[in-house]
Write a new protein. Sequence first.
Length: 233
Amino acid sequence: MTSDSHERARLSEYNRWLRVPSPSGVLMRWFLAERGMFFVNGPLLRLPDELNLTGAERILDVGTGRGALLRLLDRQLPFERDPVGIDFSGPMLKLAAEDEVRAGRPSALVQATATRLPFVDGSFQLVLCGHLVKHLDDDGLRDFLDEVYRVLSPGGLALIWDFAPTGLRLLDAFNQLLIASHVTDPYMRTTAALMRFANEAGFPFVTDALLRPFLFPPIPRASILIGRPPEEA
């Protein structure tokens, strides 16, 4: 299976889960809304202070879901330029658009795949990507990191986080089943593995982002902060 067909297979599973009424689907939609961000993305709410954001940065959120993280960051800063959120899922972007209307502060929402970002080179100072790379095989992850490098401006940063293995066989098997209850075969990678892929992609700045704690689900996260150099010939 090619990287593109792998992504589309995951998208089909994901959209089917969103469309079919089920307790887990309702719970997922709640956690992806603003009121759920404290539980699933709590460490990201400290981002303006930890990265010294001013609001002048142009931000891209890859796998934006309902766009809740961007709206919460906007309230803290606020943004001088509208951020951009992309997601491969049409049903999820529909929810995001409805939330944006209610919030009265729209972001630009774009349906696109993480491995083919529809933006010109050097478009963003910060790229965020949470809980998405588990859906990418190794080739897809390489393509994604190449695209992140391309769309970042010189000196730009990218923050990537997702579920990580614990190193305990039985617990990892249980966590894998929990994550894969509706989307099969997730790729759980350690921080060291993500850093290795980023180094291979040519990022000169790669470090452990040390994002924690995440309250829900109670599964460890791997996280990296990567960046392009300020000046490139």
